[in-house]
Design a protein around this ligand. Structure first.
Ligand code: FES
Length: 129
């Protein structure tokens, strides 16, 4: 991992964006990474086909927390079609670091929680490929 990406991940880990819960969310979903037991919860407020507001909560490693922070930043205000189309590859690209197969679960946990909450899509995104 180069210095820029190490700093980028650490910054999102230490100062996570959109951290916390929403008062009256339209959707809330919480799931864990079965490999380590870390959990992430995502709350969403929806309106006019968009994500009006989003928060995440829970406990995770630097990668999973940074991924949740980055993902919530990206989907805040976004149209739901865009959120639905947000792929595993885009998530990994946004993280910008190569991940081992085990760390892949960390990097994709937030996306799994988001998609399962919004669309009932179960399983790790893209795992069936
Ligand atoms: Fe648990 Fe990364 S080690 S989510």
């Amino acid at each position: 991992m180069d210095d820029f990406h190490r700093e980028f991940i650490l910054d999102h880990y230490k100062r996570p964006r959109n951290f916390g819960t929403l008062e009256d969310p339209d959707i809330t979903n919480e799931e864990d990474n079965p490999f380590c037991g870390d959990r992430i919860r995502i709350d969403l407020k929806l309106g006019e086909g968009r994500v009006v507001d989003v928060r995440f909560d829970g406990r995770g490693c630097a990668i999973s927390t940074a991924a949740a922070s980055i993902l919530t930043d990206k989907v805040k205000g976004a149209p739901l079609e865009r959120v639905r189309a947000f792929s595993k590859e885009e998530m990994l690209e946004a993280l910008g670091i190569p991940l081992s197969p085990i760390r892949l679960k960390c990097g994709l946990l937030a996306l799994k929680v988001l998609k399962a909450g919004l669309y009932g899509i179960k399983g790790w995104p893209g795992e069936e490929e």
